[in-house]
Design a protein around this ligand. Structure first.
Ligand code: URA
Length: 433
């Protein structure tokens, strides 16, 4: 049993200096830092220094595990035992055009598993599932824990915002990291994501760790390390955890933006849609079903329309009208190919930033997003294009934003001369279990 929290037990300045100089913390010290910060005994400026020291020096498993446990213990840990079916959730580390959750949740629910899908809002160039779904008339994601449980029993899936009771230490620390340049740290990302996912009460978890220009992790070495760290934390906490590494050098599918992505997700649920979105959804669905030992074929659930039925039920259960027309932008502008050739690069970060400039994302947490803003792609790396052919369509309600979006795309599109062999990156780059 852990001892009661004592604010005087350690001197935070000593802990900052030790990490800064390459030393390590004991398990008690790591746990105490989170408890003391959450309780207000460690000030924001001290925690900023600690986070920056971790950014440069990292954390060992002996430090990170008690640190993460303290983050979980800062709030409630939900429990879905007694639902009558296993629970599994999926988490993506964030990308451009990543609408997989919208399809995966009803798909896996249609295969007999309960999916308590905890989701977030977009910040910066990556989109957020809650923002996407809010482009559906009436839909809401702020369900109480009781409402989530009831929906899991009745419908099998729920897509919800993390309530304030789940890992509040992470909420406070993430806000600080966001403004102190300390987000991109493997131990800090791993503890942040896993504390929320473990507290949420899922029995199993499949992680989609993105790799490439549009992701936190720019190369597979770092992505694999992040995946290993999260799998270790999840497994250690009794949550069966598996990770796939997937490409995020170019956007997923043909759209980036809230309503545009919902429309594309519905196309996939109707049996069509882009091959990369279908392939990644099915790969993640198979992993999710395997983690809970369910022998079902997600491709059949998609093709038969069972996943689409489940989608409609989930949307309706959360107040949305799945038949209502999605918002469309007041203005569009087309970006054309500058020359004949083969698309060798359509950079995910550039497209994500363009969508953000068009109004799909927010600058501050409290900003509104434009439901209809975003980028539609007409070509992907490896495609042959002719000069003047449409490459992208930009969508916004506020046309004064077109210039900034075009600026963000500069340098993000590469056309190789006709006849060049363009090697495209495989969609799935690895698996960690
Ligand atoms: N998402 C999170 O929840 N936390 C991070 O640190 C990064 C991405």
């Amino acid at each position: 049993m852990s001892r009661p929290f004592d604010p005087q037990r350690f001197a935070v300045v000593d802990l900052i200096r030790r990490k800064r100089d390459g030393g390590s913390w004991s398990a008690d010290e790591a746990r105490w830092i989170i408890e003391a910060y959450t309780a207000g005994f460690v000030a924001d400026e001290q925690m900023s220094a600690l986070a920056m020291a971790v950014f440069f020096r990292g954390m060992s498993a002996e430090e990170l595990d008690p640190w993460t446990r303290a983050m979980i213990d800062s709030g409630v840990r939900l429990d879905y035992s007694g639902l009558g079916r296993p629970t599994v959730d999926k988490h993506s580390t964030g990308g451009v055009g990543d609408k997989i959750t919208l399809i995966l949740t009803p798909l896996v629910a249609a295969c007999g598993v309960a999916v308590p899908q905890l989701s977030g809002r977009g910040l910066g160039h990556t989109g957020g599932t809650l923002d996407k779904l809010e482009s559906i008339l009436g839909w809401r994601g702020d369900l109480s824990a009781d409402e989530v449980r009831r929906q899991l029993v009745e419908v099998g899936g729920a897509i919800v915002a993390a309530g304030p009771e789940l890992a509040p230490a992470d909420r406070k620390l993430y806000a600080l990291r966001d403004v102190t340049g300390t987000v991109e740290s493997i131990p800090l990302i791993a503890s942040s994501i896993m504390s929320k996912k473990i507290a949420e009460g899922t029995g199993a978890l499949v992680l989609d760790v993105k790799v490439g220009s549009g992701a936190f992790m720019k190369d597979t070495v770092d992505a694999r390390e992040l995946a290993r760290t999260m799998v270790r934390i999840g497994t250690g906490a009794g949550v069966r955890t598996v990770a796939l590494l997937s490409d995020m050098s170019t956007p997923l599918g043909w759209t980036a933006g809230n309503a545009l992505e919902v429309a594309e997700a519905v196309e996939v649920l109707a049996g069509g849609g882009p091959a990369d979105v279908v392939d990644l959804t099915l790969a993640l669905a198979r992993e999710m079903l395997a983690t809970v030992g369910i022998d079902a074929d997600p491709a059949e659930a998609l093709a038969s329309g069972r996943a689409m039925d489940r989608w409609r039920r989930i949307i309706r259960a959360q107040g949305g009208d799945p038949e209502a027309p999605l918002p469309t932008a007041l203005e569009t502008e087309v970006v054309t190919a500058p020359a004949d050739g083969i698309v060798e690069r359509l950079d995910a970060m550039a497209v994500g930033l363009a969508a953000w400039h068009l109004g799909a994302g927010r600058v501050r947490k409290e900003d509104d997003v434009q439901a209809a803003a975003g980028v539609e792609l007409h070509a992907k790396p490896g495609d042959v294009v002719r000069a003047g052919q449409p490459l992208l369509t930009l969508h916004t309600d506020t046309p004064e934003r077109f210039a900034a979006a075009r600026g963000a795309l500069e340098g993000g599109i590469g056309i190789a001369p006709p006849g060049t062999t363009v090697v495209t990156t495989p969609l799935i780059l690895g698996r960690v279990a």
